[in-house]
Design a protein around this ligand. Structure first.
Ligand code: ASP
Length: 291
């Protein structure tokens, strides 16, 4: 195995009419990341590219198409972690940027690990990130959003490159109708994501407060350090949710490029490919037939 990449489009219910959009979006994201990894590019570049695709796709709650908070506004959280040096870039409750993941990426070399709100947007503007009017991120599917089911269609990606570097990223519009300024697990290391070349990487989706209270990403990393396989690490981390309730889904890669994923939501859109696979796999549920 020289490289591997796995993406998710959220731990949520996927109604039949949304199945194709979820499969297609995840496969497009994988293809963007795969193109970089197959040419010897970096895991950080691959994760940013894959998440940019998902942020542009209104089928997912990230970037364009983000859920609206109680004030009817889009506030987004994103994070990117470089497992080669444990650098973290994260933004929370940021408004008016096209690609929160790319703002997080620009923070990788900066001393702060997390910037919020207006400060995050000022950083984005000062560092050449693509800005937009905050209202431009509201997609047509958000019209009448009160009728939309409560969903967790945050996106995430973990990649291993051919130099052995691992990166993990998350991007989300948060939860529908939450208090302005509310921040979940997605930009918090050890909660919604983590990456370490010596161990592996993980990204979560789900009820952010529940995920944070039981430190799910940290639990996955600890399980990998104990030499659990990625699938077992994903499964055992989710068991900790029983204590606080809530839904979640996890994608996991270890340093050998082995993939694991698990969810306690009804669906979890996941796609992955490695250099030894003829084509990417995509699934909407763990018990779906393998394609
Ligand atoms: N985990 C995200 C949050 O709590 C929501 C999601 O996964 O959709 O903000």
């Amino acid at each position: 195995m020289t490289w591997a990449i796995v993406v998710h489009g959220g731990a949520k219910e996927i109604v039949p009419e949304q199945e194709d959009a979820n499969r297609r979006g995840c496969l497009e994201a994988i293809s963007a990341g795969q193109a970089i990894l197959a040419q010897g590019g970096s895991a950080v570049d691959a994760v940013e590219a894959a998440i940019q695709v998902l942020e542009s796709d209104p089928a997912f709650n990230a970037g364009y198409g983000s859920d609206l908070n109680a004030a009817g506004e889009v506030e987004m959280d994103a994070a990117l972690m470089d497992g080669s040096n444990l650098a973290i870039g994260a933004v929370a409750a940021i408004q008016g940027v096209r690609h929160p993941i790319s703002v997080a990426r620009r923070m990788l070399g900066e001393p702060p690990t997390l910037l919020v709100g207006e400060g995050a947007r000022r950083f984005a503007a000062a560092h050449g990130a693509e800005l937009c009017d905050p209202g431009e991120l509201i997609s047509p599917r958000q019209d009448g959003s009160a009728e939309r089911p409560h969903e967790h269609d945050t996106v995430g990606c973990v990649a291993l490159d051919s130099s052995g570097r691992i990166a993990a990223g998350t991007s989300t519009g948060g939860l529908d109708g939450t208090h302005p300024g509310r921040v979940g697990d997605s930009p918090l290391p050890g909660c919604g994501f983590y990456a370490d070349d010596q161990v592996g990487g993980v990204a979560f989706s789900g009820d952010g407060e529940c995920i944070a209270r039981v430190l799910l990403a940290a639990r996955v990393m600890q399980a990998l350090e104990r030499n659990q396989a990625p699938q077992a690490a994903a499964d055992t981390s989710l068991a900790h949710l029983e204590r606080v309730g809530g839904e979640a889904g996890a994608i996991v890669l270890d340093r050998l490029g082995r993939v694991g994923w698990a969810h306690n939501s009804s669906h979890f859109a996941v796609a992955w490919v490695t250099d030894v696979m003829a084509a990417p796999s995509v699934r909407l549920r763990q018990d779906e037939e393998i394609d």
